[in-house]
Design a binder for this molecule. Structure first.
Ligand code: 3PG
Ligand code: MG
Length: 403
């Protein structure tokens, strides 16, 4: 779909307006503390722009998944409000509810340039211990209610754009004016450049545990890329399809036929590993290395040194590289070498457009210190995956088109 036709911030009037902004503040938490505030940082351009333009900024986001009243205790957005206030250097008023008089009064009393943050939109998924999914199932009354709180809607939650929820699609449906925010605009530009209009040679690197997670991506990319390098747990289902012995490595037996079919139609475009770093158990034991066939009782947890060399060679001269999914169990130091080496090989390319499609590979690259070395690291995991699959993103599709 042509996302370029969607209205952007610059296409709408925001002075004096109550602007509802859907952001993706679904940040990782550990013991109640934010461990990575990338998504908060990524929302700043839109928030600052709106403040400067004299809008009243009303922020909505989810945080985690809410399946019980208990979940609400650990998934309040209060902590996010505090972090936002700090990184923004401006007061952010947190309203600990998703509806009601206190919220409505607070919005009525806002002055231009002020910011309010609502409580976690997914608190609307559970009421009195009943799972009602008003947010996640896009309940029309909830969408209408939230829309009634503002004049304009801005969707800047790229990471949530593959969901059709009340706080994105619902609000867009019932509000008179809507646009995408600066982050969404940038994400779409970068994904279009990487996936739809790539300079060649175009190399995709896919990893992660499961073939089933990446089938749609392989399907959509096979026609577009010059090569797909496959690593991670998903490689072992391809090995099984070729008749290799894979020991106790991850296998999706019901995907062997599909893996076989892809290898046939790929015409040599799919490049598989040629060796593995292995262990006897799923743990950070010292690695043992084997070639294409693994002995019984051994599991592959990373690509091996020969594969690293092969992948480095395959990347030489690439002008576009799109990466999604780690090459091994990168949270184990003995099995992080493949992911680190691939990240290093990508960032060392000269004049190449390099994109990480969010999720685990983005987290790994950032943890390894490559945050500023890629052309773009998407803030969306599932959302960028669905873009790579060629699917329509409902949260963006629902935004008004330019006139
Ligand atoms: C994400 O991190 O994947 C997005 O914020 C969407 O969250 P969800 O996968 O729980 O819908
Ligand atoms: Mg997700």
């Amino acid at each position: 779909m042509d996302y370029n036709k969607k209205k952007t911030l610059k296409d709408i009037q925001v002075l004096d307006k109550k602007v509802l902004v859907r952001v993706d503040f679904n940040v990782p938490l550990k013991d109640g503390q934010i461990t990575d505030d990338n998504r908060i940082q990524a929302s700043l351009p839109t928030i600052k722009y709106l403040v400067k333009q004299g809008a009243k900024v009303i922020l909505l986001s989810h945080l985690g998944r809410i399946k019980s009243e208990e979940d609400k205790k650990t998934k309040s957005l209060a902590v996010v409000g505090q972090r936002l206030e700090k990184v923004l250097g401006q007061k952010v008023t947190f309203i600990p509810s998703t509806r009601g008089e206190a919220l409505e009064n607070a919005i009525e009393n806002m002055k231009n340039g002020e910011i309010i943050l609502l409580e976690n939109t997914r608190f609307e998924d559970v009421k009195d211990n009943q799972v009602i999914k008003y947010e996640s199932k896009n309940n029309p009354e909830l969408g209408k209610y939230w829309a009634s709180l503002g004049d304009v809607f801005v969707n800047d939650a790229f990471g949530t754009s593959h969901r059709a929820h009340a706080s994105n699609v619902g609000i867009s449906t019932y509000i008179p004016a809507s646009a995408v925010g600066l982050l969404v605009e940038k994400e779409l530009q970068m994904l279009a450049k990487g996936i739809d209009n790539p300079d060649r040679p175009f190399v995709a690197i896919l990893g992660g545990a499961k073939v089933s997670d990446k089938i749609g991506v392989i399907d959509n990319l096979l026609n577009k890329v010059d090569k797909i390098l496959i690593g991670g747990g998903m490689a072992y289902t391809f090995f099984a399809a070729q008749g290799h012995k894979i020991g106790t490595s991850l296998l999706e037996a019901d995907k062997i036929a599909e893996a076989k079919r892809y290898l046939e139609i790929a015409n040599g475009k799919i490049i598989l590993p040629i060796d593995s770093a292995t262990s006897k158990t799923f743990s950070n034991e010292k690695a043992e290395f084997y070639g294409l066939d693994l002995p019984d009782g051994v599991m592959g947890l990373d690509i091996g040194p020969k594969t690293i060399e092969l992948f480095q060679k395959e990347l030489i001269g690439a002008k576009t590289v799109v990466w999604n999914g780690p090459m091994g169990v990168s949270e184990f130091s003995h099995f992080a070498k493949g992911t680190t080496a691939v990240a290093e090989a990508i960032v060392s390319l000269k004049n190449a457009f390099t994109l990480i499609g969010g999720g685990d590979s983005a987290a790994a690259a950032i943890a390894l210190g490559f945050k500023d070395d890629f052309s773009w690291i998407s803030t969306g995991g599932g959302a960028s995956l669905e873009y790579m699959e060629g699917k329509v993103l409902p949260g963006i599709d629902a935004i008004q088109a330019k006139q």
